[in-house]
Ligand binder design. Structure first.
Ligand code: 13P
Length: 264
């Protein structure tokens, strides 16, 4: 019997909220979750603020012993040294980050990140003791050509190169179709399941059951409290990577409590 995967709801704030606003949002989020008696065993809750907010979030989470975790939106491929503007995995680990998002479609698109770059970043994060959230996803033309499965499986294969089965069992992959990000165009639960299942199957084929049954595969793209429950009914979807809706405490708390939301 495969180990049960704890659902994961991660809020990617992107380039929004300064460190003062970050503290307000985290406090509101935690208060809302505790008011609604959120069960953290039913969904792990993670916020992913900009780098400049991380120290304030760390102080709040540690000081108040909050049950949420936090992560960073990116990490350098380099370990340290003369790389102006870069942030190393060691710096993020020191700030208490549990997760690092790597290969988000916005970084692949605006910063020309390849699978090889994403792979190096994922290795840096893991080596520093953090869990990479490795993002993949197809653009509209790929989807219209019906090539989404092949495209995403190839991205996963390249981005996870060199990891052992045991390591992959602890990783997170996020499937985010680019055409559904920030557009209000949510993939149907069946669309999400199709690609998430194919990603898991390809990991099973290359690394075996331990990796495939352990790795958590998230869906991302216009997730809201109103549509999360339907997405989470799918057997290969283990959580969501949420953009816009994670900037509102009530809305993101509703997403984290997907198990209490109606399936529309
Ligand atoms: O890119 C995303 C999360 O990383 C998804 O963003 P939206 O939820 O705003 O569509």
């Amino acid at each position: 019997m495969a180990a049960k995967r704890t659902p994961l709801m991660a809020g990617n704030w992107k380039m929004n909220l300064n460190h003062q606003e970050a503290v307000v949002l985290v406090q509101k989020l935690v208060w809302t979750l505790s008011d609604k008696r959120h069960d953290y065993a039913k969904a792990e809750v993670v916020v992913v603020p900009p780098f400049t907010d991380l120290r304030s979030v760390q102080t709040l989470v540690d000081g108040d012993r909050l049950s949420i975790k936090y992560g960073a939106q990116d990490v350098s491929v380099h370990e340290s040294g003369a790389y102006t503007g870069e942030i190393s995995a060691g710096m993020l680990a020191k700030l208490g980050c549990s997760y690092v998002v790597v290969g988000h479609s916005e970084r692949r698109e605006y910063h020309a990140e390849t699978d090889a770059v994403v792979n190096t970043k994922a290795h840096r994060a893991l080596a520093a003791g953090m869990t990479p959230i490795v993002c993949v996803g197809e653009g509209l033309e790929v989807r219209q050509a019906g090539q989404q499965v092949e495209h995403c499986v190839a991205q996963v294969t390249g981005s996870l190169a060199g990891f052992t089965a045991e390591q992959v069992a602890g990783l997170v992959v996020a499937y985010e179709p680019v055409w559904a990000i920030g557009t209000g165009e949510v993939a149907t639960p069946d669309d999400a399941q199709e690609v998430c299942a194919a990603i898991r199957a390809s990991i099973r084929g290359s690394l075996g059951d331990e990796a495939a049954d352990g790795v958590r595969v998230l869906y991302g793209g216009s997730v809201k409290a109103a549509n999360v429950a339907g997405i989470m009914t799918q057997p290969d979807v283990d959580g969501c990577l949420v953009g816009g809706a994670s900037l509102q405490a009530e809305e993101f708390a509703g997403i984290c409590r997907f198990y209490d939301m109606p399936v529309l």
